[in-house]
Design a protein around this ligand. Sequence first.
Ligand code: GAL
Length: 668
Amino acid sequence: MTQTDHLFLAVCDYPEHVPEDRWRSYARQQRELGLTFVRMAEFAWSRMEPRPGEYDWAWLDRAVEAYHAEGMRVVLCTPTATPPAWLIRAHPEILAHDTQGRVREFGSRRHYDFASPVYREHSRRITWAIAERYGQHPAVVGWQTDNEFGCHNTGRSYGGASAAAFPDWLAARYGTLDALNAAWGNVFWSMEYSGWAQIRPPNLTVTAPNPSHVLDYARFASAQIRDFQAQQVAVLRELSPGRFVTHNFMIFESGFDHYEVARGLDFATWDNYPTGMLEFFAPPGTAEEVKLRYARSGHPDLVSFNHDLYRCLVKAQDRLGREGRSSPNGFWVMEQQCGQVNWAPHNPLPADGAVQLWTAQAWAHGADVVSYFRWRAATMAQEVMHSGLLRHDETPDRGHAEVQRLDATQFPTGNVSARVALLHDYESLWILDEQTNGGPTYWAQTLAYYTALRSLGLDVDVLHPDDDLAQYVLVVAPALTLIPERRLQKLQADAEERLFVFGPRTGFRTESGCAYKNGQFGHHKDFFGVRCLNFESLRPGLTVRVGDHQAAEWTEGYELLGNATALTTYGSGPLRGQVAAVRNGNAVTIGAHAPGLIGEILQTLAAEVDLTPVLLPEGVRSSRRAGRTLIENWNPEEVQVSADAIHAITSSGSSEALTLAGTSWHLL
Ligand code: GAL
């Protein structure tokens, strides 16, 4: 049972890391802190099965009982992120290969190839064993599969089992080598194949591999993860009825199609480390000034983009159809940073108030449960520099104090009802990033639009382009560079009822990753109302004038078709005089990577569809859920939010100006 009427708090704990005499007292302290759920057994395979076929459940029985006795509800994990040494030495073919073709050795985690038939069998076997043991235990409310698919660049393996399985996957997709050679354009540089076995993963090539080859390898690898997990989910469904099954996805993980992998889960969860995220995952080109300003809090939009993605990842109809296993609005934060992390280039302590701010933000974006990572800081191995709610010496750390002061009952669960959708698609991500051509990455381009929307106080659902768009009045598709024919028809139909905004490089690629023979937008130039004449990437410092704004990194210039109208034109550079942004009926296309222009156009369009956009101060964000509005200040210093802004974002008549201390939030 996980239905909740307000936000619940939880923790990740590792009983196998501490003496048994701690278990009961840790559980009691967790309860006293107001925590409800505990996630455990995540990487504990070497303790569950110390030798082949020899299971030891006694310790885990006692651990589950200890937490149960104190009233904690348990989320168990399949331990497959960490196949033990005996298994690897008996079956080294389980190991994955890196992009250099080297074996990724035993000695940390995630050292397996999703395509390995041997590993699939052991994954099914250990999942069966743990689910058989605990599937009906009264303390166990749900399951997490594995841990963070794709973490440490493990989404794709470039040798061994994956290399062996790839040709068969291609044969099933294309049928004939002629079809594959044509789809990839292999006549270029004499890359044509005359036998399936000749095809290898797209690594170690002299210069860049064929992007179509890379795209299909990404699709193939994603399908391996999907199938690997589906096998576990089937076992858990059979042996643990009534419990939820989820996976803890990662920050901006790009190695697989999350929509494909999430299918079959009850809801998504993700792991939220805001300071590490800013240091490690901020798009290239993020200004040093921004990294400094938000060093102790993380950037609000990097974090909330992931909330909005994972909230919407598992479709509502899948989620709500299963009584008792659903999380009402859609997701948990399975791991929430509560002190310094250990894996970014720099790992500062969070600002005072940051742990509460992160928790409140997660709730406002739809989280039903926020689970802190981890209970006690690890005293051994790779993560001794990482914090927990307790210090190494078991005294409460700074995050603990913030959680203690937080009253989670003030955060009611219920819907986030965004009227703006942002469309996101992994195939576009893969092919765009394979050939950025010096322009912004997929995430950078996507985030430029997302940040513009969030700066205007708008709630955003991040959706797949094939999702139902009925509830939205404004749909923003920042970087859909690969739009198959059937999808474009769907989007055209959607655009009859709502406004659409597209970014540069839209519709440039065919389904196999080539350029359209008749140029960008293929057969749909009439829908966009333009023909692209030229595109270019710009080195840092080289900018182009566009209306009152400056474009950086990427520009493309259009010629108008039919009744389309120019919103603005380029004012300098070789594209001077060409159209930089165009409107054709309900479709707006922006060809310049110019944050100021993007913000201006989105503000005008949002007002046109009655969304009351208002430009919030730098670092201030607002979110609405269940009739409440959260206002967040991510700046280190105090800010004022004007009465007009408060009025626009609450739409509730509330119109008192607000002063927010640095790194703080206010609930209206
Ligand atoms: C996550 C991972 C955890 C732990 C944590 C440290 O990515 O799921 O197991 O390593 O990072 O921040």
